[in-house]
Ligand binder design. Structure first.
Ligand SMILES: [Zn+2]
Ligand SMILES: [Zn+2]
Length: 279
């Protein structure tokens, strides 16, 4: 096993970003988050590849660490087998360790799998994390809400790079609906898996506005692993906090347009006017 050079940063009281140099791909990074309570800590996601992540998190926490996965993708599950137990939404337990991307071999998960569903709460002693399911990036993607610091740990659900990998498998009106469900919560910062700074709460509406507009108007086509996608890009690049990069299979585009229409019709959602503050 190649040694990884972990570092951490406390973004909010008792919420540590843990990452390493080896998890950088240009401006996109892979990050895990450790939320430390008085009696227990939760590590959200397990990064890429084997790594001794458990040992690092355990030392930092000073209390027992339970591993929770935001979803089942390979870049969030690397160190799973360092743990005896892992918690994940049942729908993503189905893809855990599976070869969802051609060049990656499937692997055996030795950690015992436990389920987490919307409405579950993880009690860490002096703080409690609430679980919400957002169907979109995957069927079993979850976010965790920490009321104590008004923070959302969002995996790949509330973020700047939205890979709508399964196209119309999970209708995008459902995705937007689930995002708005979480938007009702009282939070002021979002810890996302591929950026190392807190996103604002307004990221949710920003995503919906940019993505829904782009589903109609984007004319960028890209190829990812032999499959054709259309891409929506917003902002001047990853340095721009407003940067959004959305992609979905081109075959799903007409369906996505219908779903966006349906979302606007049924939800009464109003996009934020151009130039208005998102705060
Ligand atoms: Zn993912
Ligand atoms: Zn990811």
């Amino acid at each position: 096993m190649k040694k990884k050079h972990f570092f951490h940063e406390e973004l909010r009281e008792g919420i540590f970003l843990i990452s390493c140099k080896e998890w950088e791909m240009g401006k996109a990074t892979i990050n895990t988050y450790l939320i430390v309570g008085r009696e227990k800590a939760v590590l959200v996601d397990a990064g890429l590849g084997a790594s001794e992540l458990k040992e690092y998190a355990q030392q930092l926490a000073g209390v027992p660490v339970m591993l929770v996965l935001s979803h089942g993708h390979f870049d969030h599950t690397g160190a799973v087998n360092e743990f005896e137990d892992v918690w994940i939404h049942p729908e993503d337990a189905l893809i855990l360790g599976k070869n969802i991307i051609k060049f990656l071999p499937s692997r055996k998960i030795t950690a015992k799998i436990h389920y987490l569903m919307e409405g579950d709460e993880l009690s860490l002693g002096d703080r409690t994390l609430q679980v919400y399911n957002i169907k979109g990036h995957t069927a079993g993607s979850i976010v965790l809400y920490d009321q104590k610091t008004k923070t959302l740990i969002s995996g790949d659900s509330v973020c700047r790079r939205v890979f709508y990998i399964d196209g119309n498998k999970y209708p995008i009106n459902r995705f937007f609906h689930d995002l708005m469900k979480v938007d009702q919560l009282d939070f002021t910062g979002v810890c996302s898996a591929h950026d190392r700074f807190l996103l604002p709460k307004s990221q949710i509406r920003h995503m919906i506005d940019v993505i829904s507009d782009g589903i109609y108007h984007s004319n960028i086509t890209i190829h990812i692993l032999g499959r054709k996608y259309f891409q929506v890009k917003h902002g001047s690049g990853p340095e721009d906090p407003k940067f959004i990069d959305f992609s979905a299979p081109i075959v799903s585009r007409e369906q996505l347009k219908l779903e966006v229409d349906d979302f606007f019709k049924k939800s009464g959602y109003q996009p934020i006017p151009e130039g208005a503050s998102h705060e």
